[in-house]
Design a protein around this ligand. Structure first.
Ligand code: NDP
Length: 337
């Protein structure tokens, strides 16, 4: 069995030196166990945090252990009464070609209902993040303006579409004209602003004539700074991610802008709600019911960026996620079915 292990903790961008491939013999499944052939591995920004020594909201990966990750695969040998050979399943199978599982946390997938890759994106963790973060943390009301960064991505693309369903004005922020065009033309946002363009701040101002009531934060850095100046009184920030900072190696140099930011929060009576999707299992039923219906009715569209090349290309694809090379939900194809 080939797998990618965490051999050393990255400083800045992770490399194949930090994440080499090793080969081990997979033991035969014992009582209650099964072997899953991994077909599609989800690559997600949170994995960068798991590579660090410091413990965050979830435990880090120990040196020498395989990298963690959600994946969709097919059962090829089962001694577990709940799963039979040939079943398609989702589970935390990790960055490897085969996984030995006792069935805990494993969910059966029905490819006749939806492609199995959707369990990693629109109907999986990123979809649930958009749903819980926007509705429960952003609390948008019809007529309000919702802004979301990383707007063409797995989470961001869904946030704006849910905002539209709830009667809001949806404005995206994304890197480059191609991603911005997709966000407006395909996903139906009211506007999308390119943060890499020189006139970003002016274009953002034009896109939010009534100011911003909800900001769904995925990025941090210069993007949030620009957004913060346009927030309305009593506005809400759903603090989902800060991907621009995941490879930071120390505190930023320069002016300390924190006091000004805090003062603006006070003066505008803003609320900032950090959240982690896995804290909200009670919302999984609502999410799945609503999102399935929205996708079926064409109210929600999604884009998957499926990269081939298996484990040999996985680290490279992960690096692309941290620099914006992906376009849509990044999924690594580990094997042919
Ligand atoms: P995406 O599919 O949005 O991919 C990441 C995108 O982030 C890139 O395509 C790129 O878009 C943007 N990006 C990357 N590097 C930078 C940078 N240095 N500066 C600005 N933008 C950058 O990923 P996800 O939808 O899976 O995740 C989006 C966010 O949601 C992440 O911050 C992630 O950590 C967070 N998240 C949080 C969860 C929670 O429970 N709180 C759960 C799941 C995700 P572009 O080209 O437009 O810059």
């Amino acid at each position: 069995n080939r797998r990618i292990i965490l051999a050393s903790r990255p400083v800045g961008m992770p490399t194949t030196d930090n994440l080499p491939i090793d080969t081990v013999t997979l033991p035969a499944p014992g009582a209650g166990e099964m072997v899953v052939k991994v077909l599609y591995l989800s690559l997600d920004p949170y994995m960068r945090g798991r590579m660090d020594a410091s413990k965050s909201y979830a435990a880090n990966v120990a040196l020498g252990d395989p990298m963690v990750g959600g994946a969709a695969g097919r059962v090829i040998a089962s001694n577990n009464p709940k799963f039979k050979d040939g079943d398609y399943v989702f589970g935390m199978f990790g960055w490897q070609e085969y996984a030995l599982s006792n069935g805990a946390g494993v969910r059966k997938l029905d490819p006749a209902q939806a492609p199995i890759t959707t369990s990693l994106g629109v109907l999986g963790m990123p979809g649930m993040t958009a749903y819980v973060g926007l509705l429960d943390k952003g609390r948008p009301k019809a007529g309000e303006t919702v802004v979301v960064s990383a707007a063409s991505g797995a989470v961001g693309g869904l946030v704006g579409q849910i905002a539209k369903i709830k009667g809001c004005r949806a404005v995206g922020i994304a890197g480059g004209p191609q991603k911005c065009a997709y966000v407006v033309d395909e996903l139906g946002f009211d506007a999308c602003v390119d943060y890499k363009a020189d006139d970003f701040r002016e274009k953002l101002k034009e896109a939010v004539p009534a100011g911003i009531d909800v900001y769904f934060e995925n990025v941090g850095g210069a993007v949030s700074e620009a957004v913060m100046t346009r927030m309305n009184d009593f506005s809400r920030v759903a603090l989902c991610g800060l991907i621009a900072h995941y490879n930071d190696t120390g505190a930023a140099e320069g002016v300390d802008r924190l006091p000004r930011f805090m003062f603006s929060m006070l003066a505008k009576r803003m609320s900032l709600n950090g959240f982690i999707v896995s804290d909200h299992p009670e919302r999984a039923g609502d999410f799945f019911k609503d999102m399935t219906a929205w996708v079926r009715d064409g109210q929600v569209r999604y884009r998957e960026d499926i990269v081939s090349g298996g484990l040999d290309k996985t680290v490279e694809a992960f690096q692309g996620l941290l620099t914006g090379r992906n376009f849509g939900k990044l999924i690594m194809q580990i094997a042919e079915d």
